[in-house]
Design a protein around this ligand. Structure first.
Ligand code: V47
Ligand code: SF4
Length: 377
């Protein structure tokens, strides 16, 4: 069946709320939906309908392709000056709790361990340690680039960057340029959590606010760097907060076109100050992926971060708008295993990741960080 026939069939399905139907028609005609329409869909459209709409958008943009990359993480420290209530990972600096702190040489050794392996990206992210300042990371970036110039360095959330810049009394532009010159290639999407001020205040009130997060990404984009964006969902926020969050990202993306990928992150409740909150159901998770694909019409990619979701759910998400599975990771991150994810030792070989994608009828394509194709499987 041709795509247009399929679309009109769905739009004319009996038994669907007339307002839902008219919003879907708008989407099918490639018109942008408003925040109110997004909220209406979230509240009134069924998962199966949202899934089929999101899947059509995904297939229009990317066909059957599902991307992944070969990467590993370096987590310089889990000591942090902040106290986000959902965080199972950090040890509070003010309480001098036990944590790890890697030296520059130890981190460069981690990079050296991948010599002669076809890794294309290192993802550097961790707690906010007051002694690891911008000049410490400048040296780290330079040493990694000196050792392996072709390795793409995706590093530091806007939370870490905001702290580094303020501490060094540098403007965002000055701080970002300094790190870019030292070798920073792009920014990961962490630290966005949820932009709504009241909710943010309750779950992570002491770190950079929404305006600051967005401005740091704007600064990177204006310097020619790309970045990702996340949204922590399934805790005390509601659908309206999720739509507002995506609306602010969509607006910034219109301005800069610097975001590559949106990554919804499901709240995991193990061993943190929000453990009393039940985790969201798979239905809610898939709905959120589908709404992300539908709402963020100017984001090229939607990623399911498999160490957090688990492998089966990540496979399922490929039918709900997701077209990217992140990377092989090589057992190099603790953020999610400490928060109660199914994946206690997140590591997949390239063959395993490719098979996961193929098992659900998609085509696996290895990419670099900027989505240049490296190999089709
Ligand atoms: O900002 C922390 C989240 C993020 C929990 O850009 C939690 O490619 C759920 O942003 N339950 C950091 N989530 C990880 C991150 C990321 C991961 C993979 C790829 C990319 C990318 C970015 O982890 C934090 C926070 O939102 N987080 N604790 C938790 N209990
Ligand atoms: Fe620190 Fe990040 Fe954990 Fe917040 S989420 S406490 S900023 S490590």
């Amino acid at each position: 069946m041709a795509l247009n026939e399929e679309i009109s069939t769905t739009a004319s399905l009996p038994g669907i709320n007339a307002d839902v139907k008219s919003i879907i028609k708008k989407i099918d005609e490639n018109s942008r939906i408003t925040p109110d329409e997004g909220l209406f869909l979230f509240e009134h459209a069924s998962l199966s309908l949202l899934g089929s709409v999101a899947n059509r958008i995904r297939e229009k943009k990317h066909g059957n392709t599902t991307y992944f990359n070969r990467n590993f993480h370096i987590e310089p420290t889990n000591v942090c000056v902040f106290s986000c209530k959902f965080c199972s990972y950090s040890r509070l600096y003010s309480k001098r709790e036990e944590g790890w702190e890697l030296s520059i040489d130890e981190m460069v050794d981690k990079v050296k361990a991948y010599d002669n392996k076809p890794i294309t990206e290192v993802h550097i992210v961790g707690g906010v340690h007051p002694k690891m300042d911008i000049y410490f990371f400048e040296e780290l970036l330079k040493k990694i680039k000196l050792h392996r110039p072709d390795l793409h360095i995706k590093g530091f959330t806007a939370v870490e960057l905001d702290y580094m810049f303020r501490k060094a009394k540098l403007s965002r532009h000055e701080g970002m340029s300094l790190l870019q010159k030292a070798g920073l290639d792009s920014l990961p999407g962490g630290g966005a959590e949820i932009f709504d001020e009241e909710i943010r205040q309750q779950i992570s009130g002491d770190k950079v606010d929404a305006d600051g997060w967005l401005d740091i990404h704007r600064t990177a984009h204006l310097l020619g760097m790309h970045s990702n964006a996340t949204m922590l969902f399934g805790h005390i926020e509601n659908y309206e907060h999720r739509i507002q969050h995506m609306e602010r990202l969509r607006t910034l993306q219109d301005e800069t076109k610097g975001f590559n990928t949106f990554i919804p992150l499901k709240f995991r409740n193990h061993d943190n100050e929000m453990s009393h909150i039940a985790e969201s159901s798979s239905i809610e998770d898939m709905k959120t992926y589908a709404m992300a694909r539908i709402y963020l019409d100017n984001f090229p990619h939607i990623k399911a971060y498999w160490p957090m979701l688990g492998r089966e759910q990540a496979q399922l998400s490929l039918s709900f708008g997701v077209n990217d599975m992140d990377g092989t990771i090589d057992d190099s991150t603790k953020i999610y295993s400490m928060a109660g994810s199914e994946e206690q030792n997140p590591s997949l070989t390239t063959d395993e990741l490719v098979n996961m994608i193929k098992q659900v009828g998609r085509e696996a394509v290895e990419r670099d960080t900027l989505y240049n194709v490296i190999k089709k499987y």
